[in-house]
Write a protein that binds this ligand. Structure first.
Ligand code: PQ2
Ligand code: NAD
Length: 168
């Protein structure tokens, strides 16, 4: 039975702390940015791809993580390449009652980061409940490929006949 429920949360006024700024963290930072939240990044080394994107919604701190960093944030993503450090971040968050995601250990996550597909106002999140990441990627990618056509066609059909439901 699937147990990860897709809550759709307004994060535009929320603050994320992302610890680490390598491949995985950057993928997530760029995705979160599309949803308008404030993002604070703490990493010993920050990938060049986001170095020039600093503004009042993306704060970059190039230094080692400190437990105090989890204070005053709403959500935390631990995405360093050090599993023990990610675990420590999870511990700090658990103690402070902050929702946390550990990119290196599915067992440590309060929430998963889904494969995300957006088309205009439509948002689709894909997860395999932590069981098969490559499958989640593949399914999200296939939806990404088809979404524009599906949304455009459904809109058109609804405009033509709002009462004609194709499926229940
Ligand atoms: C959906 C997506 C979103 C994103 O990351 O943006 C995502 N993983 C993606 C891809 C992917 N991740 C990994 C591979 C290589 C796999 C392989 O080669 O077999 C690939 C495939 C690839 O990259 O091709 C490795 C991996 N992933 C996790 C661990 C640790 C562990 O399982 O404990 C390890 C081992 C790390 C290591 O060993 O070092 C953990 C998590 N990854 C999650 C999300 C969460 C729920 C996953 C779910 O739904 O099942 C979860 C549980 C927690 C979280 O991080 O939120 C994204 C597709 C994005 C897209 O394309 O749309
Ligand atoms: N969830 C997923 O989809 C997925 C996929 C592949 C890998 N992973 C996991 O994600 C993690 C990150 O992988 P990556 O490829 O982005 O790694 P990476 O090597 O590209 O980046 C690691 C980042 O962690 C930072 N860092 C290391 N020690 C730090 C410290 N003390 N304080 C602050 N920052 C510190 C580095 O400066 C760097 O920015 C790994 O643990 C890996 O197992 C997750």
């Amino acid at each position: 039975m699937a147990k990860y429920f897709p809550l759709f949360i307004d994060i535009s006024e929320k603050t994320f702390l992302v610890v680490g700024a390598g491949n995985i963290a950057v993928r997530r930072i760029l995705k979160l940015k599309e949803f308008g939240c404030k993002i604070i990044v703490v990493a010993k080394t920050i990938a060049a791809t986001i170095m020039d994107q600093q503004d009042d919604r993306l704060i970059l701190k190039e230094r080692a993580y400190d437990s105090m960093d989890v204070e005053d944030v709403d959500y935390v993503i631990a995405a360093t390449n050090n599993k023990e450090l990610n675990e420590k971040i999870v511990w700090d968050c658990n103690r402070a009652g902050i929702m946390v995601n550990d990119a290196s250990n599915y067992k440590n996550c309060d929430f998963y980061f889904p494969g995300i597909v957006t088309e205009e106002e439509m948002v689709i999140g894909v997860t395999s409940s932590g069981s098969n990441h490559r499958l989640a990627r593949r399914v999200a990618s296939e939806i990404r490929y088809n979404i524009k056509e599906v949304v455009t066609r459904c809109k058109k059909e609804l405009e033509e006949d709002p009462n004609a439901e194709k499926f229940d």
